[in-house]
Design a protein around this ligand. Structure first.
Ligand code: COA
Length: 469
């Protein structure tokens, strides 16, 4: 890994070139975010027309800054960017975060190549161009023009799309998904997904990495790195440009080649990368990986108070390659005396619509504590004889009393407003919960599939090693 990337995530000083005096302009908002999110290092606004911006002394040029600078955020029009890179080089900058658009994505590959050439001459790594910036919450660093109050957590999000990335930043706040990093990668002129994966693989603050990907420039490098990283933590990819029309849209968006969808999917699988069908699914999975302990084998048991929701979940699991086996006999024996005679004790275990709050929670806990069970999915349909908020509170209390979840548990709470609040409560307590059964089922399938794929990759790698020995 290039040690210079340390300066991207943990710079000691930042200069914002093009820091504007006017609220609402990109250069102003980035500076405001850096200050308001609580960055502890030195911050230097650079603007030839300003004396002071947001209470900080402004400098007319980078050369006027009295010290060396680790990170230079560039937010000036494209025609000035190359000069800024030369000045940054003289200040021993290690990384340039180039927000500016107007490069390869509009046919100016020449300008982009020159940007990289100049940066290399000075030993500067470039993030971008054509990006909204980056965030690393452990360093209280928000060098972006996205929302300010990003919630810290353990999901790292790398996005090739800027505006979508900003919008999803907002969504992580509403959905209470905590992030370690959000990195806008744009045209990937220099720093690419593989570089970031290498860094994040060893980042103790990141448990799962989510990538919105349009295309990769160096496929071999990406797959080689990704294969190593998936042995340590899950990588979830949403691949855009799955159709011919989508691929054309990709080309005009970031200038990337979308490539063949089947080839991508096969390579992802072989590398141990989880491919989500859409952004919602990717974030559903990322939330679960950030909350849950690892799946270590054993049966998946579904506990439901609604037959139909159980069937839908079974379908989704099957579509995702997870087959349900009969529940352990010891679990059936434990539950049978507590359930009505017409309860179905297969898998899903249908505890019936007449189950009480206590009965439903008790069945989930019984499954969770059974030694033959490796993962549990709880499916709750709102009924008049139960209260979703009571169920959520009981579950949160019991899981807390256990010292946290001993194995993966996902829940779906299907119903009205009370369910919405109960889902929020459970997610706040780090028990991944979804409003629809298919979302919960696809999530628990991803948790199981990650372990399986990782074991498969390990096996293949050790076979390769044996052959080459
Ligand atoms: N050094 C330092 N400051 C400079 C400068 C230089 N060489 N040249 C200009 N500035 C100052 C300007 O005076 C201005 O400050 P002011 O507002 O206080 O007058 C500020 O830097 C910005 O320059 P300006 O010419 O007003 O540019 P802009 O803010 O309209 O646009 C970009 C700059 C980078 C935002 C724009 O070119 C761009 O690329 N926008 C798209 C960004 C984007 O969407 N990226 C992808 C995200 S998804």
């Amino acid at each position: 890994m290039d040690p210079k990337l340390e300066a991207l995530f943990k710079p000691r000083s930042i200069a914002v070139v093009g820091a504007s005096r006017k609220p609402g302009k990109i250069g102003f908002e980035i500076l405001r975010n850096i200050i308001e999110y609580g960055f502890k290092g030195k911050v230097y606004p650079v603007n030839p027309k300003a004396k002071e911006i947001l209470g900080l002394k402004a400098y007319p040029s980078l050369s006027a800054v009295p010290e060396d600078i680790d990170m230079v955020v560039v937010s000036v029009p494209a025609q000035y960017v190359l000069d800024v890179i030369d000045e940054a080089g003289k200040k021993n900058a290690k990384v340039a975060v180039v927000i500016t658009s107007g490069f390869k994505e509009i046919g100016r590959a020449d300008l982009e190549e020159e940007l990289v050439r100049r940066a290399r001459k000075w030993g500067i790594r470039v993030l971008g161009p054509n990006i909204f910036g980056m965030i690393y919450t452990p360093a209280r660093l928000n060098a972006s023009f996205g929302p300010t109050d990003v919630i810290s957590g353990s999901v790292a999000f790398i996005t090739q799309s800027g505006a979508l990335g900003i919008a999803l930043m907002g969504m992580t706040i509403v959905e209470r998904i905590g992030v370690s990093a959000i990195i806008s990668i744009g045209n990937k002129a220099d720093i690419d997904d593989a570089d970031l994966l290498e860094y994040l693989a060893d980042d103790p603050n990141t448990k799962v990495i989510l990538i919105y990907l349009e295309g990769v420039t160096d496929g071999k490098k990406f797959l080689k790195v990704a294969q190593k990283v998936t042995l340590k933590k899950p990588i979830i990819v949403v691949k855009a440009g799955r159709t011919e029309a989508g691929a054309k849209a990709v080309a005009s968006h970031t200038g990337s080649l979308a490539g063949n969808v089947v080839i991508y999917s096969t390579l992802f699988r072989q590398t141990g990368i989880l491919q989500a069908r859409n952004v919602e699914e990717a974030f559903d999975w990322a939330r679960a990986f950030s909350y849950l302990p690892e799946y270590k084998g054993g049966k998946l048991v579904l506990v439901t108070n609604g037959g139909g929701a159980g069937v839908l979940s079974t379908d989704t699991l099957s579509e995702n390659g997870v087959k349900l086996e009969p529940p352990p006999k010891s679990l059936v024996d434990a539950l049978k005396p507590k359930l009505p005679g017409f309860a179905s004790l297969g898998n899903p275990i249908d505890v019936t619509g007449m189950i009480s709050n206590e009965g439903f929670v008790d069945a989930i806990m019984e499954a969770l504590n059974n030694p033959e069970v490796g993962a549990v999915m709880g499916i709750y349909c709102q009924t008049a004889v139960t209260d979703p908020m009571v169920i959520a509170s009981m579950l949160v209390r019991k899981v807390k009393a256990m010292g946290g979840l001993p194995k993966p548990l996902v829940l779906t709470l299907i119903g009205g407003e009370e369910c919405y609040w109960a889902v929020t409560k459970l997610n706040s307590a780090k028990i991944p919960t979804y409003p629809m059964p298919e979302r919960a089922a696809s999530t628990i399938a991803a948790v199981i599939n990650y372990t399986r794929m990782r074991e498969e990759v390990k096996r293949r790698l050790s076979e390769l090693n044996e052959v080459s020995d």
